[in-house]
Design a binder for this molecule. Structure first.
Ligand code: NAD
Length: 497
């Protein structure tokens, strides 16, 4: 069995307690790796290493061009080591090999390339001359924030880490990353890759171990200046409250219950495909999944029939097999949670058209069938709460107004989509949907160049795009005045002569 230690201060280190925990392969329920189990003492060591590297300044004082070149190296090494990382990701998370090779590795590599380019092109300072009310020269500077704690979820371990690590270090920060205890390995490997690419020791540290204990220790650490958190809304609320203690800046990427709206004039083939992909990709363990499928009355029956047919054709299996479309859920707990919600849906009177059970062909692993509920009312718990499993709720609507009302009747606001042949009509709806991302005639397409994040209880702040870099920069204004004290004379008027 493989063994992975913590990556602190530029080297692999066992946990100070010597403890390890197995990482379970969700497809088999068996351990595939042994990973060091950190305690708050290791969190402290990692933060101390990050702080020391920040104070030494050998990373933050490099020019943007130099840091950018090293980010390009990270992408190159990541692509060189793609097979090893993809395999680790699949075994840790149960996500398919197709997802790892087509989505996770390219997304992570492109994120480093993009922020490498962006930081190389960005001026550290801009200068502005002002003449009123008195002459002055003004410099607006972007500075790194300091030590940033990055906490990531189990569903996109590598990509979620890259979305934080790349902009954070591009901006010159030193960081401590805490991946999900279910999926630590690709993030640990990423730290080693950063080191190989030329990032100095102590700038990127990764700790692995029990989530709440380590996460809380990182969030409350007085030497941490910012927390960038991706995870569930309930944990995000705890993180935000803890950050208030010493006014840490906080970026929150949280849960969702996104509306996927199919208008009567949609291309049905495309909309059915989009709905299946939008819900069952990665077994529904995607924050922006279109789990509330709003279907117009006029096409409902045909649409649902094709949807059920499509769901039944999804190939479940060993995630390593490139033909597998859906692997297992990440853990027994995640499957139990899905089962609990399916029971709640049935109790509430929703009609389970397909799925709703563990597939009979697997004797092990945390598999669950693609599940479609029809006759769902938006007030039901299966329509209001994030399930994070392969379950979609079909909700009927009569006109665009009703679709918008239902779409926005949610505490979440992360993603969403509109399917229509009439782009102007779809755009009008997209502008009214209270979500950070809305697709028209597509789903799940996230591009490193464009911002991603939530409205309402789906979070605050944005990752990706230039906004994602700004999240890791402090902005400073330096005013250079006249030696004669011109402002005093203008506003105050002391008679000193
Ligand atoms: P989670 O909230 O259980 O855990 C997220 C991370 O927080 C993990 O690393 C966990 O160990 C850590 N953690 C747990 N308790 C903590 C505490 N008290 N203090 C600090 N950290 C703590 O989420 P999960 O189950 O790993 O991931 C699924 C959730 O993440 C879903 O709600 C999903 O919607 C969300 N998510 C959001 C986005 C986004 O971009 N908005 C992306 C991916 C996932």
């Amino acid at each position: 069995m493989k063994r992975f230690d913590l990556f602190i201060d530029g080297r692999w280190q066992p946990a100070r307690s010597g403890a390890t925990t197995p990482s379970i392969n969700p497809a088999t329920g068996e351990p595939w790796a042994e990973v060091a189990a950190a305690t708050p003492a290791d969190v402290d060591a990692a933060v101390t290493a990050a702080r020391a590297s920040f104070e030494r300044g050998e990373w933050r004082r490099k020019s943007g061009t130099e840091r950018g070149a090293i980010l390009q190296n990270i992408a190159t090494i990541l692509f060189d080591r793609a097979d090893e990382i993809a395999l680790a990701e699949v075994q840790d998370s149960g996500g398919t090999m197709r997802k790892a090779t087509m989505a996770d590795i390219p997304a992570a590599g492109q994120t480093f390339m993009y922020y490498g380019d962006l930081i190389a092109a960005q001026a550290d300072e801009e200068t502005f001359e002002e003449s009123t009310p008195v002459p002055s020269r003004n410099i607006v500077r972007r500075e790194p924030i300091g030590v940033c704690g990055c906490i990531t979820p189990f569903n996109f371990p590598l990509a979620a880490a890259a979305w934080k690590v790349a902009p954070a270090i591009a901006a010159g920060n030193s960081i401590v990353v805490k991946p999900s205890p279910y999926t630590p390995v690709s993030t640990l490997l990423l730290a080693e890759i950063c080191q190989q690419a030329g990032v100095p020791a102590g700038v990127v540290n990764v700790i692995a171990g029990p989530g709440p204990e380590l996460g809380d220790a990182l969030v409350r650490h007085q030497e941490v200046d910012k927390i960038a958190f991706t995870g569930s809304t309930p944990v995000g609320k705890k993180v935000m409250a803890a950050c208030a203690e010493n006014m840490k800046q906080v970026l929150l990427e949280l849960g969702g219950k996104s509306p996927n709206i199919v208008l009567g004039d949609a291309n049905l083939d495309g909309a059915v495909r989009g709905a299946l992909f939008g819900t069952f990709f990665h077994s529904g363990q995607v924050c922006e999944s279109g789990t509330r499928l709003l279907v117009h009355d006029s096409i409902h029956d045909e649409f649902v029939e094709r949807l059920v047919e499509g769901a039944r054709s999804i190939k479940l299996g060993d995630p390593i097999d490139p033909a597998t479309m859906m692997g297992p859920l990440v853990s027994g707990a995640q499957r139990d949670n899905t089962e609990r919600y399916v029971a709640l849906g049935r109790e509430a009177g929703a009609k389970c058209l397909t799925g709703g059970a563990r597939p009979s062909q697997f004797s092990r692993g945390y598999f669950y069938e693609p599940t479609i509920f029809d006759a769902v009312d938006n007030s039901m718990r299966i329509a209001q709460e994030e399930i994070f499993g392969p379950v979609v709720s079909v909700i009927r609507f009569a006109d665009d107004e009703e679709a918008i009302r239902i779409a926005n009747d949610s505490m979440y606001g992360l993603g969403g989509a509109v399917w229509s042949r009439d782009i102007d009509r779809a755009l009008t709806m997209a502008r009214r949907i209270e979500s950070g991302t809305v697709w028209i005639n597509d789903y799940h397409l996230i591009n490193v160049r464009f911002p991603f994040g939530g409205y309402k209880q789906s979070g605050m702040g944005r990752e990706l795009g230039s906004h994602g870099l700004s999240e890791f920069q402090n902005i400073k204004h330096i005013h250079i005045g006249e030696p004669t004290g011109a402002a005093e004379k203008f506003y105050f008027g002391l008679l000193l002569d």
